[in-house]
Design a protein. Structure first.
Length: 365
């Protein structure tokens, strides 16, 4: 009897301890759906898909609500002013992100998954890439890529055949990124079978609602364990393929000793000299550094080759999908509503005429 009570008491304590993470939102008075033990609200999310799940949750619980992926709490915010406060005004406060990549030397070193001072240093390092002065320098390159797109549109019009615009803008975006950020000419618009395009297709067409992929994504520890044994998913394999492409680009830049004012050069200039990997002792020493100034951090910490490659891969992926998808949707809207297309064209020609960067900037004055 005593043994049974002792085991029962221990089991009850274990259950209470296991359920404790699911009290997080209740304790801070944030509403949300009731989580299931172990799964949280993951099964609901997988069944309804993200867009429908978010919409229904907002309608039922309001603009700020909490739900769980397994035992990990997630806050869904639909208040534009609060999102603005978090993403813009208080951006530097929210430095660390959800860790979902295996230790493969690529995904786990993305800027979006770096932490604390390392994140601040790398982010500050990359900011000049998006300055107005840098954009001005790349206008000539951008115009050449746009010219190729115009030529392709003329060919499409003459062929009188259906065209997959997502693929067209996918190639266009790759050409633009490769030219302006890395100084290389991929010209995938003329060669849509380029290896880089295939890598992107492999990466972005991963079915995240496939049970195996879902489990690997929602349980970050699983791909990490598999990664330590060299077992890679399609998701991870595509990352490695683009990483190889990035390494080749970096090697070519160093071999030719070419210096350009672009994204890649900013990374190469921050290379931690004579160090390719950081051992445990050095890692501990670097983590104790204070973020006093950029030169001190750069001379003592810098970026390893692995970290440089990771940022190149991240830049390629992040810029590619968002831009190509937006352009595809925009083209669909214009084609299906020709009266709006004509109105947009007439207004642009009336106000700006032939588009150029100085004319666009002048519209803000």
């Amino acid at each position: 009897m005593n043994n049974f009570e002792l085991r029962g008491g221990g089991g009850g304590g274990g259950v209470r301890l296991a359920k404790k993470p699911y009290d997080y939102f209740k304790n801070i008075n944030i509403p949300g759906p009731e989580p299931w033990f172990f799964f949280g609200n993951m099964l609901q999310l997988m069944k309804k898909r993200m867009a429908k799940f978010d919409k229904e949750m907002k309608q039922k619980y309001g603009k700020v609500l909490g739900f769980y992926i397994c035992n990990q709490p997630h806050i869904l915010i639909s208040d534009p002013e609060m999102v603005k406060e978090i993403c813009i005004k208080q951006f530097a406060v929210f430095t660390n992100r959800y860790d979902m990549f295996p230790p493969d030397g690529v995904g786990d070193k993305f800027l979006s998954f770096l932490t604390d001072l390392h994140w601040k240093f790398t982010r500050t390092l990359l900011l000049p890439t998006f300055s107005i002065s840098h954009l001005k320098q790349t206008m000539g390159i951008m115009n050449r890529v746009v010219k190729n797109l115009e030529e392709n549109f003329s060919l499409f019009a003459d062929s009188d055949k259906a065209v997959e615009m997502k693929q067209v803008f996918s190639c266009y975006t790759v050409d633009m990124i490769a030219s302006t950020a890395f100084g290389i000419e991929v010209n995938s618009q003329k060669n849509p079978d380029h290896s880089l395009i295939k890598c992107f297709d492999k990466f972005f067409y991963v079915n995240f609602y496939d049970p195996i992929t879902s489990v690997q994504t929602l349980f970050p520890v699983i791909p990490k364990i598999l990664g330590t044994f060299g077992i890679k998913s399609n998701f991870s394999s595509s990352l490695q393929s683009v990483a190889k492409f990035s390494k080749d680009v970096i090697a070519e830049r160093r071999k030719n000793k070419t210096v350009r004012q672009d994204f890649l050069q900013l990374l190469l200039d921050a290379k931690l000299e004579n160090v390719d990997k950081i051992d445990d002792d050095m890692k501990h020493e670097l983590e104790t550094l204070t973020f006093e100034n950029m030169s001190d951090w750069r001379s003592k910490r810098g970026l390893t080759d692995e970290e440089i490659v990771a940022q190149v891969v991240l830049f390629l992926f992040a810029a590619h999908l968002t831009t190509s998808t937006a352009l595809s949707f925009f083209s669909y809207i214009l084609v299906t509503q020709p009266e709006i297309q004509q109105k947009v064209y007439d207004e642009v020609m009336d106000v700006i005429g032939d588009v150029s960067f100085p004319k666009i900037l002048a519209q803000d004055q």
